[in-house]
Design a protein. Structure first.
Length: 160
């Protein structure tokens, strides 16, 4: 059994003259990230690996989750392939994960997350919102063989 948890970065700020990679999260994003991180924490999963896009907004979101989930911050790995917006690089990355990892947490971007959540989980949402979580459970032993999953969504508006 493989568990993939996809988390869209928190709401980012468009104020200031930042490049796309350097945009920080804003105060609403921080609040929403704590809401969904706490909801995920209640599920009491353990993580074999945690990966984040190198974009500042994804990394800052990941740090909030690492804090709430009481994970070792050194367990967080920045992965260039997760700076993806159409889903191809993200899909390739997930399908090539080491098979000894059974439960993986990934922080990334839309449209990639929505596309893969809908591809693997059947149609689950029109849009994974900022700070939104999609939990995908695959009944396989190899990441390279994932095709369909049971999906569950945890979105900020459920917890406000």
């Amino acid at each position: 059994m493989k568990k993939l948890v996809l988390v869209r970065h928190a709401k980012s700020s468009w104020e200031g003259n930042y490049s796309d990679r350097e945009r920080p999260i804003k105060s609403r994003g921080i609040r929403d990230a704590y809401l969904t991180a706490n909801a995920l924490h209640e599920k009491a999963f353990s993580w074999d690996a945690i990966y984040t896009s190198p974009a500042k907004r994804a990394y800052e979101t990941a740090l909030i989750f690492v804090e709430v989930l009481k994970c070792d911050p050194d367990a967080l790995t920045i992965e260039e392939a997760l700076y993806d917006f159409d889903g191809r690089a993200l899909k390739e990355f997930v399908c090539s994960l080491p098979d000894h990892h059974n439960s993986v947490l990934v922080f990334g971007h839309n449209h990639a997350l929505t596309a893969l959540a809908n591809h693997w989980g059947g149609f689950v949402t029109d849009n994974v919102p900022t700070s939104g979580i999609v939990i995908l459970d695959f009944d396989v032993s190899l990441w390279s063989t994932i095709e369909s999953a049971n999906a569950q969504c945890l979105f900020p508006k459920q917890f406000r």
